[in-house]
Design a binder for this molecule. Structure first.
Ligand SMILES: *[C@@H]1O[C@H](CO)[C@@H](O)[C@H](O)[C@H]1NC(C)=O
Ligand SMILES: *[C@@H]1O[C@H](CO)[C@@H](O)[C@H](O)[C@H]1NC(C)=O
Ligand SMILES: *[C@@H]1O[C@H](CO)[C@@H](O)[C@H](O)[C@H]1NC(C)=O
Ligand SMILES: *[C@@H]1O[C@H](CO)[C@@H](O)[C@H](O)[C@H]1NC(C)=O
Ligand SMILES: *[C@@H]1O[C@H](CO)[C@@H](O)[C@H](O)[C@H]1NC(C)=O
Ligand SMILES: *[C@@H]1O[C@H](CO)[C@@H](O)[C@H](O)[C@H]1NC(C)=O
Length: 647
């Protein structure tokens, strides 16, 4: 009986393979499709009736002779859950698969594509797939379009994409891909997108031709078309070579070809001139030995030079020794454990360039993220520098971004502080709305004003430190109710007469033009400008009235009181505000005006400013105040843990 059955099967197989190969394949494909659809929940309109032909089913396309299924297109039909194994993998004639905009999930079955060697387009975007890109995708030699975007794929982007030599479009955006972008070099590739992943490292040369939006929204990507990869000790400093410790492999790798050539040329020239000098000296020396007595003075001078040269050499060694002694000095060794070497190896991203120097966000190899500020034009001596920083290192307040470490060498002055991932007030007020940031409402603005004021009051009274550089880019936001902290404080003494306070246009108190010394009163002036900025939403040095750029302070002063609501306040505030908030805005504006009084002595002390703001804030929302108090009490005074890398 069994053998008869077997015979039947063999016979059928024989008939199939000889006479009707195509329709038998189609039968197999029909089974595979039914297997697929019956195992995946979907919308009811997708009912593949068993008494209709396979080729007439919704989303199924056959070739002209109706002998093979060549395309399966089921976009947005409510498919839910994982792709069942051994279903679609049997549709070996498929050229196109589109399952986009469904709710398919789970990893893609590993061998799904092993036998789909004819596949040209694969659209799986807008689903909930997870896991890694299966290796079998990398064997699809005819693939031209691959779209895996907006899913939950993770892992690294495989180098094996280079096997897909006919690829014209590769879309991987909106996933969780990590690590570096491999050097994908496919001549036919015209569309490429890896934005909104967690990629880091530099963008390979082969992909530089794609626009910035192909790469945006990643962790730490750098290099063309994004900003340059920025190691701390690279340019703009003109003398990077002598600052790099010899065992810093990363930096060495980053030397460009041009730099290497330049170094070799300079080195060659130096060597040559040394040889020439030696030769010259030898000749003269000889001549003098044999020569007349009258010329005896010359060798002395030459000897003098030789001594000087030795002197120089030894002082070089001295500097080298000092370099070894110059270490990163931590205020509290329990918080962070890294050294200068680690900082040098960290990947860095420029956060901002200011008058005092450039700030970098540095991600160390262990994931610790800190801000490193590289000061320029410091005139303070090593001793003065250390004394001032020891003072600043002791400042401890919730509304002050704590300083964690410093470094001093002849060529390099660094400050290390905590990284606050939410960005600055300036970015929130003036950054592009397109970047997804929501506008700040009145509640948040008054909280920021209060938090900043309290931080400043602490600096002035408890620490006896003048901030000297208050501006919206130095107000960093936090997600908690306390909302803001001041950074970059107390650096003016390091810069002598040309400190940041004297140069920050827009925030600079008028008397600084003469006195050139930042004071508590000039801080209050800058704070007043900051309040005006919060109220108007305008940056102090780019306020335009008609064609003309004017001072924010002068502009507000020039508008008559009755017009304030209509003219001065940020439209976003007026739009969303009610009668109450409007009154509060007017009150805060009056406080701001008191702070920006032209006469320093007439400005209020920061404590009374804080009290006035507290009154406004408590008028309508005592509960907000309570929550602020509570949260500052709850929070330990310890550091925020090294911020995890936040995309
Ligand atoms: C399929 O067959 C059923 C009866 O078996 C019939 O009622 C239905 O109309 C048929 N559908 C089509 C599309 O022919
Ligand atoms: C379809 O049939 C025609 C002739 O009937 C043949 O020339 C062609 O090669 C067939 N195409 C496929 C894909 O089998
Ligand atoms: C692919 O085809 C080969 C040979 O026909 C078969 O042995 C294998 O099981 C198929 N793989 C998948 C995943 O269907
Ligand atoms: C790429 O192709 C080569 C040769 O065709 C093959 O040996 C290699 O395994 C492929 N790589 C991947 C990742 O599939
Ligand atoms: C890139 O990210 C990976 C993991 O996400 C990490 O191991 C690696 O150190 C990072 N590299 C750089 C240069 O930041
Ligand atoms: C890449 O994808 C992102 C997110 O979908 C999109 O905003 C951006 O315009 C795309 N860039 C290119 C070059 O297609």
């Amino acid at each position: 009986m069994a053998s008869l059955y077997l015979l039947c099967i063999f016979f059928l197989a024989f008939v199939c393979s000889l006479l009707l190969p195509a329709s038998c394949d189609l039968a197999e494909e029909r089974v595979a499709l039914l297997d697929f659809i019956s195992n995946v929940p979907h919308e009811s309109r997708l009912s593949w009736s068993t008494n209709a032909t396979t080729c007439s089913w919704v989303g199924v396309k056959c070739d002209d002779n109706q002998t093979a299924v060549i395309a399966l297109r089921l976009p947005g039909v409510g498919l839910v859950g994982p792709i069942p194994p051994n279903t679609l993998s049997k549709l070996i004639n498929l050229r196109v698969i589109s399952l986009r905009s469904n709710a398919l999930s789970g990893p893609i079955p590993t061998n799904l594509f092993s036998n789909l060697t004819l596949l040209r387009s694969l659209y799986l975007q807008d689903n909930r797939f997870s896991g890694q890109i299966p290796d079998s995708v990398l064997l699809l030699g005819r693939l031209a379009r691959l779209d895996l975007s907006e899913n939950g794929f993770r892992g690294t982007i495989p180098f094996g994409f280079n096997n897909l030599t006919r690829l014209t479009g590769l879309f991987l955006q909106g996933n969780g891909f990590q690590g570096k972008i491999p050097s994908i070099d496919i001549p036919s590739l015209v569309s490429f997108n890896v934005s909104d992943n967690k990629l880091n490292g530099s963008i390979p040369k082969s992909l530089e031709k794609f626009p910035l939006s192909s790469f945006s929204g990643n962790l730490q990507l750098c290099g063309n078309p994004l900003p340059e990869c920025a190691p701390f000790f690279a340019p703009p400093a003109p003398s990077p070579a002598d600052e790099v410790p010899p065992n810093s492999p990363k930096k060495k790798k980053k030397l460009s070809k041009a730099a290497i050539i330049a170094i070799s040329v300079v080195g060659g020239v130096l060597l040559l001139s040394l040889l020439l000098i030696l030769l010259f000296w030898l000749i003269r020396h000889r001549r003098n030995r044999n020569g007349s007595v009258g010329e005896k003075k010359v060798p002395r001078v030459v000897t003098g030079q030789a001594v000087m040269e030795t002197g120089t050499t030894s002082s070089d060694i001295g500097i080298g020794g000092e370099k070894e002694r110059s270490k990163l000095v931590f205020f509290d060794n329990r918080l962070y454990s890294f050294d200068l070497e680690d900082l040098l190896r960290a990947s860095a991203e420029v956060l901002g360039k200011g008058i005092a120097g450039t700030s970098y966000k540095a991600v160390l190899e262990d994931g610790t993220t800190v801000v490193v500020k590289r000061l320029k034009d410091v005139v303070a001596s090593k001793r003065e520098y250390e004394v001032q920083l020891e003072i600043l290192g002791k400042v401890n307040h919730d509304n002050i971004v704590p300083l964690r470490a410093y470094y001093y060498s002849k060529d390099e002055k660094l400050l290390v502080s905590d990284y606050l991932p939410n960005g600055s007030l300036s970015a929130f007020l003036h950054g592009s709305r397109a970047s997804g940031k929501t506008a700040l409402d009145w509640d948040n603005r008054i909280r920021i004003a209060l938090a900043t004021g309290r931080g400043l009051a602490h600096l002035h009274r408890t620490s006896q430190v003048v901030h000297g550089n208050i501006k919206s880019s130095n107000v960093l936001l936090r997600p908690d109710p306390d909302s803001a902290a001041l950074s970059d404080f107390g650096l003016s003494p390091l810069f002598g007469m040309a400190g940041p306070a004297c140069r920050a246009s827009g925030y600079r108190a008028p008397e600084l033009l003469d006195t050139r010394k930042a004071t508590d009163k000039s801080d209050v002036y800058s704070f007043g400008v900051l309040l005006l900025e919060l109220l108007t939403g305008k940056a102090p040095n780019q306020t335009t009235v008609g064609e003309e750029t004017i001072d924010l302070t002068r502009w507000v002063q020039s508008v008559v009181k009755e017009e304030w609501t209509a003219e001065v306040f940020d439209v976003e505030l007026v739009k969303s505000g009610d009668q109450n908030t409007e009154e509060e805005m007017v009150q805060l504006l009056q406080i701001a005006m008191a702070c920006v009084n032209q006469i320093a002595e007439s400005r209020p002390e920061i404590e009374s400013v804080v009290k006035m703001i507290e009154e406004i804030a408590s008028l309508c929302r005592g509960e907000v105040e309570d929550s602020i108090r509570q949260s500052s009490d709850d929070r330990s005074n310890g550091p925020t843990p090294p911020a995890a890398v936040t995309p």
